[in-house]
Ligand binder design. Structure first.
Ligand SMILES: Cc1ncc(COP(=O)(O)O)c(C=O)c1O
Length: 410
């Protein structure tokens, strides 16, 4: 009998925790405190630790420049700000993403325009981006949701043909590759979140702006620190900006974490690979579509349910799997186009700016139904996965999926 109907669970013990923070992170933080107490100088920001983290992050990306900031949302805000896009332009945003992956656009007085997903994916598709391009489009934000690279070739070609910069949102995709190249290195500039739930963390909150373009890097660095005149001869601040800085304590933790990142992503790929292989035995559940020649890093796994083969809908199926003791959530329905702040234009209340800006020439009322993204959200559920899963977790996941499928197949 299914656990959801009162039967025994497939899995009775909790799934393993990530144990992301260990003795090395602790030692790195304590070393900074020891130094602070010895010298009398407080732990600061932009010092040797932060500079070293930024160097090492850039090395991980294969060269270029990194700026540690205080969150992934800030990283996207800074990346967009560095591009110095004139207000009242449009920026194309992803169909399924965290609010922090869209709100920075509007907060810079740019109008977010949502591109639908590639069919079967949570990520924007080139065709869907092309469908919402207008003469007012100024940039394209592409997110690699769940650690799965978006299909970038066609997107980059489209952007290049129109002279539009691509901003990659890599919050969920540290170390993922598209055609062998690291995501974050494909567009003009990239934003990463390094909060504690991500593949590697700089502490409880954090983010990184990355670019291979030195001029763009300096613009980002100035904008993330109140427009300080870094790398200029200006006697005073060159632009208005917030203080979105990272700090040396975050960087010290991040440096240790960065050394673990390759192992973490490799292990996640192994775990996901075993689960995907096991899905071959099922009839109504399969792995979500992934872009060809891409290597995901599985921030979570998207599993697709063929509800037509079942007596129940996807959400009921997912709830039954969860009841078996498996970390499953029924949906990842985070569509900016469905969010209240977006639909009701609540960015600079009581105005409807940026949509209402006198300079905005586009469609102020535009809403974006995103049928592909809705279809993807309605047909996929979310399986939590991470680097500490062993063969036992994989076995239990597959056993629970099989048990629930057997009970619900038509
Ligand atoms: C795709 C995406 N973009 C942006 C963000 C915002 O990052 P943060 O929470 O670090 O501000 C997140 C957070 O999870 C995210 O998943």
């Amino acid at each position: 009998m299914l656990a959801i109907d009162g039967g025994p669970k497939v899995r009775t013990t909790p799934f393993p925790k990530r144990h992301l923070l260990g003795a090395e992170e602790k030692a790195a933080a304590v070393a900074l405190f020891d130094r602070a107490m010895e010298t009398g100088d407080a732990i600061g920001y932009g010092g040797p630790e932060e500079q070293a983290y930024e160097r090492e992050f850039a090395q991980f990306m294969g060269g270029g420049y990194a700026d540690l900031v205080n969150s992934g949302s800030s990283a996207l805000y800074v990346a967009l700000g560095a591009l110095e896009l004139a207000p009242a332009g449009e920026v194309i945003v992803p169909p399924i993403t965290d609010p922090g992956g869209v709100m920075p656009v509007a907060l810079l007085n740019l109008v977010p325009v949502v591109a639908d997903a590639h069919p079967g994916s949570f990520n924007s598709g080139a065709e869907q981006i092309a469908a919402v391009l207008t003469p007012h489009t100024r940039a394209i934000v592409v997110a690699h949701i769940a650690g799965e690279p978006a299909e970038m070739d066609a997107i980059l070609a489209l952007a290049a043909a129109r002279g539009l910069p691509v901003i990659e949102d890599c919050a969920q995709s540290h170390g993922a590759r598209y055609q062998g190249r690291l995501v974050g290195s494909l567009g003009a500039i990239a934003a990463f979140s390094t909060m504690s739930g991500k593949h590697h963390a700089t502490g409880p909150q954090g983010g990184v702006v990355y670019t291979a373009d030195e001029q763009l890097y300096w613009r980002a660095k100035r904008f993330s620190d109140r427009g300080k005149p870094f790398n200029t001869d200006s006697p005073s601040n060159v632009r208005a900006g917030l203080n979105l800085n990272g700090n040396d304590l975050a960087a010290a933790v991040g440096r240790v974490q960065l050394r673990k990142l390759a192992g973490i992503t490799q292990r996640r790929r192994q775990v996901a690979g075993r689960i995907i292989a096991g899905l071959g035995q099922l009839q109504a559940v399969r792995a979500g579509w992934e872009a060809p020649q891409s290597e995901g890093v599985y921030w979570f796994m998207r599993l697709r349910v063929e509800a037509a083969r079942l007596k129940v809908d996807k959400d009921t199926f997912a709830r039954a799997v969860a009841a078996e003791g498996i970390p499953v959530t029924a949906s990842y329905r985070h569509l900016p186009s469905e969010a209240r702040w977006f639909r009701e234009r609540l960015v600079f209340p009581p105005s409807d700016y940026p949509w209402g800006l006198p300079a905005y020439q586009g469609d102020r009322q535009a809403q974006f139904p995103c049928p592909n993204a809705v279809e993807a959200a309605e047909t996929h559920f979310v399986l939590a996965v991470h680097e500490n899963y062993t063969d036992q977790e994989v076995t239990d996941i597959l056993a629970a999926l099989r048990k629930v499928e057997d009970a619900y197949l038509k």
